[in-house]
Design a protein around this ligand. Structure first.
Ligand code: PGH
Ligand code: CA
Ligand code: ZN
Length: 312
C-alpha cells in the first residue's frame, strides 16, 4: 500500500464518514514522528507541506525542497503498511504547484481564496487542468480564514456561501474543497468560545458531495501548552478547536483536517524539556528524539479524535 494518492485516502473517508489528519512538516523529524503514529494507530495519514516548507527544505530552492521532502516521504511510506499521501498546502502560484507535481506529490492545494469568486474559480480551473493531466488531485478554498495563513493575511473572516460552493465545484472539477467556516490558523483561534458554522458545512457537503477540508483545526491541547510553558515558553491566550467541535464538524462532512500548530507545540515542549533537564546534552539525536516522541503522541491522539485510527 504505502505511498498512495491523497484521493484514495479521502474518498474512503468521505464514503465512510470520518476524517484523516493532514499534518504539516518541514523536515525529517516530523515525517518520522507522523509515520510512526500512523503505524501505531493503524491509520492513514496525509503529510502536507506549505510553500514555506518547500523553501526551507530546499534551503531556498523550492524545486529542490519538493524533491527532498517527496523522496523522504516516499521512502518512509514504502517501508510501512499504512497508506501515506503527500500534499502541497496553500499553493499560491504555478512555480510551487509545478515543483510539487514534478516531485510526485499526490495532491496540491491552489489557494486563491483571497481573490474575488470568479477569479478564484478561473485560477482553480487552470490548476485543475494541469494537475489532472498529471494524475494529481486538487484542493481549493472558498471564503477566507481569519488571521494569517503562511503569507496570506485577511483581516476578517468571510465564510463560504453554499450555493457558490456548488457552482465552484461544478465549474472547476476540483477534488477537495476547503470551505471557510469559522476557524483560523495558529495557536490563538478564539477569544471566547469556539464558533464553527456546522450548518454551512452540512449545506456545502449536501450540494457538492466531495471530501471537505477543515483548515486551522489544531486543538492546541492544554497538556502540551502547559508543558511548553513549564519549560519557559510563553503561549498565553493559546486556544484551539475543542475535540467535540472537531467531531461535530466531521459528522457534518469534513474529511481532511489540517494541523500544524499542535505538532509544533508538542515538539517545542519536548525540546525545551529535554534541554532544561539535560544541560550537558548537545547531541541533536537526543534532544530531537524527545521532541519527536511528543509529536508522535499528539498525532496519535489526533488520529483517535478524527476517527482515522484503525482505518488503514
Ligand atoms: C492548517 C493548520 N494548515 O493548512 O490549516 O492549521 O494552525 O490550526 O494547525 P493550525
Ligand atoms: Ca485562504
Ligand atoms: Zn491551512
Amino acid at each position: 500500500m504505502p505511498y498512495v494518492k491523497t484521493k484514495q485516502i479521502l474518498e474512503k473517508a468521505h464514503n465512510e464518514n470520518y476524517a484523516v489528519g493532514a499534518f504539516n512538516v518541514n523536515d525529517l523529524e516530523f515525517v518520522q514522528a507522523i509515520i510512526k503514529a500512523a503505524v501505531l494507530e493503524n491509520s492513514p495519514a496525509i503529510i502536507e507541506v506549505s510553500e514555506g516548507a518547500l523553501k526551507y527544505a530546499g534551503d531556498g530552492d523550492v524545486e529542490r525542497g519538493a524533491f527532498v521532502l517527496a523522496s523522504m516521504v516516499k521512502h518512509f511510506a514504502e517501508t510501512v503498511s499504512v497508506p501515506i499521501a503527500l500534499h502541497l498546502d496553500h499553493g499560491h502560484d504555478l512555480k510551487h504547484i509545478m515543483a510539487a507535481i514534478k516531485a510526485g506529490f499526490g495532491s496540491v492545494m491552489i489557494d486563491a481564496s483571497d481573490k474575488p469568486f470568479e477569479e478564484n474559480m478561473r485560477i482553480t480551473r487552470q490548476i485543475v487542468e494541469i494537475a489532472h493531466a498529471a494524475g494529481v488531485a486538487v484542493e481549493a478554498e472558498l471564503g477566507r480564514l481569519m488571521g494569517v495563513e503562511d503569507n496570506v493575511v485577511s483581516a476578517e473572516s468571510v465564510l463560504v456561501h453554499p450555493d457558490e460552493a456548488k457552482e465552484f465545484v461544478t465549474q472547476t472539477q476540483v477534488d477537495f474543497l476547503a470551505p471557510a467556516v469559522g476557524t483560523s490558523h495558529g495557536a490563538f483561534k478564539f477569544k471566547g468560545e469556539a464558533k464553527i458554522d456546522y450548518d454551512r458545512i452540512a449545506a456545502v457537503k449536501e450540494l457538492t458531495q466531495i471530501p471537505l477540508v477543515l483548515h486551522g483545526a489544531s486543538g492546541v491541547p492544554g497538556k502540551w501548552v502547559e508543558l511548553a510553558e513549564k519549560y519557559g515558553a510563553d503561549l498565553s491566550g493559546a486556544k484551539g478547536v475543542p475535540d467535540e467541535v472537531l467531531q461535530t464538524a466531521i459528522s457534518k462532512g469534513i474529511n481532511k483536517v489540517n494541523m500544524d500548530t499542535d505538532l509544533r507545540i508538542a515538539f517545542v515542549a519536548g525540546l525545551r524539556k529535554h534541554l532544561a533537564e539535560n544541560p550537558k546534552e548537545f547531541d541533536p539525536r537526543k534532544y530531537f528524539s524527545e521532541a519527536k516522541d511528543f509529536v508522535t503522541e499528539v498525532v496519535r491522539d489526533r488520529m483517535r479524535v478524527l476517527g482515522s485510527a484503525g482505518k488503514a
